[in-house]
Write a protein that binds this ligand. Structure first.
Ligand code: FPP
Length: 246
């Protein structure tokens, strides 16, 4: 039986998040520059976007650029920003044809003007699409998002819009960059590293974590299916006992 047919479509993760790691090492193994790894990483992005939409996953969030990534060599940062712009230009049609809505989370003001412009255009053009929400985390850091959330809520408290007693999980959720998205059900990280690296700290509270040694540019739909099959084997208890669940 092929892998895809082993997936139970009524028990899909609603929100899949991916830390795409290993582009640099993939290139190095081939004696190529890091930029070559990032270019090939965009092929894997296409695989997971298509694969997730075909399966019926509602939210897909990709960690494309962290706040810490600004510290990489200037040339590499430029390459990543150029790839973002060219991928957006190239993939707008795929997004439209597949009814996928694009969102971006992070400190987007930090992005170069050209990238911001292209991003805003695609976000605007795809805003009414409804099959899947694809979110790119760009210049994203979870602690920064949480600081931003606390600030927004504090201002509302100060202006008597929210009273402190009424602050609960839903109030926090509504003020995060990820408002309107489901909690993350499955988090995948490639390349053998087993870290969260400041990604969606609040949103992964109950997520299943899946680590694979596959380097990001080699990641295909088949690897995506493997991760989902593994996810479906796990018993998600949300703090309850096994008996309560079954
Ligand atoms: C991690 O590999 C990857 C990144 C920092 C960037 C991810 C970007 C892409 C896949 C391409 C552009 C994305 C979009 C959405 C168009 P690494 O460089 O940290 O690899 P290493 O750990 O082996 O050095």
């Amino acid at each position: 039986m092929d892998k895809k047919s082993k997936i139970q479509t009524d028990r899909l993760p609603k929100h899949l998040a991916i830390i795409m790691d290993g582009n640099g090492r993939w290139a190095k193994q081939k004696g190529m520059l890091r930029a070559f790894g990032h270019e090939n990483g965009t092929k894997a992005v296409r695989q997971v976007v298509e694969g997730s939409a075909e399966l019926g996953i509602e939210n897909l969030t990709l960690y494309a650029f962290s706040t810490e990534n600004w510290n990489r060599p200037k040339l590499e940062v430029q390459t990543l920003m150029k790839l973002l712009v060219s991928s957006l230009k190239k993939e707008i049609k795929t997004l439209q044809d597949n009814n996928i809505k694009l969102l971006a989370i992070g400190n987007l003001d930090e992005l170069p003007k050209k990238a911001r412009k292209e991003l805003n255009e695609v976000i605007e053009k795809t805003k009414d699409n409804s099959r899947m929400v694809l979110t790119l985390a760009l210049s994203y850091g979870s602690r920064e998002e949480l600081i931003n959330t606390v600030k927004k809520i504090s201002i509302k408290v100060k202006n008597n819009i929210i009273s402190p007693e009424n602050i609960d999980e839903s109030v926090i959720n509504e003020h995060l960059y990820t408002r309107n998205l489901h909690d993350v059900d499955l988090l995948i990280r490639t390349s053998g590293e087993q870290r969260i690296s400041n990604f969606l700290l609040w949103q992964i509270a109950y997520a299943e974590l899946y680590f694979t040694n596959v380097l990001w540019p080699d990641f295909t739909k088949e690897h995506l299916y493997e991760a989902i099959i593994e996810y479906q084997k796990r018993e998600r208890r949300f703090g309850k006992t096994s008996e309560q669940i079954n």
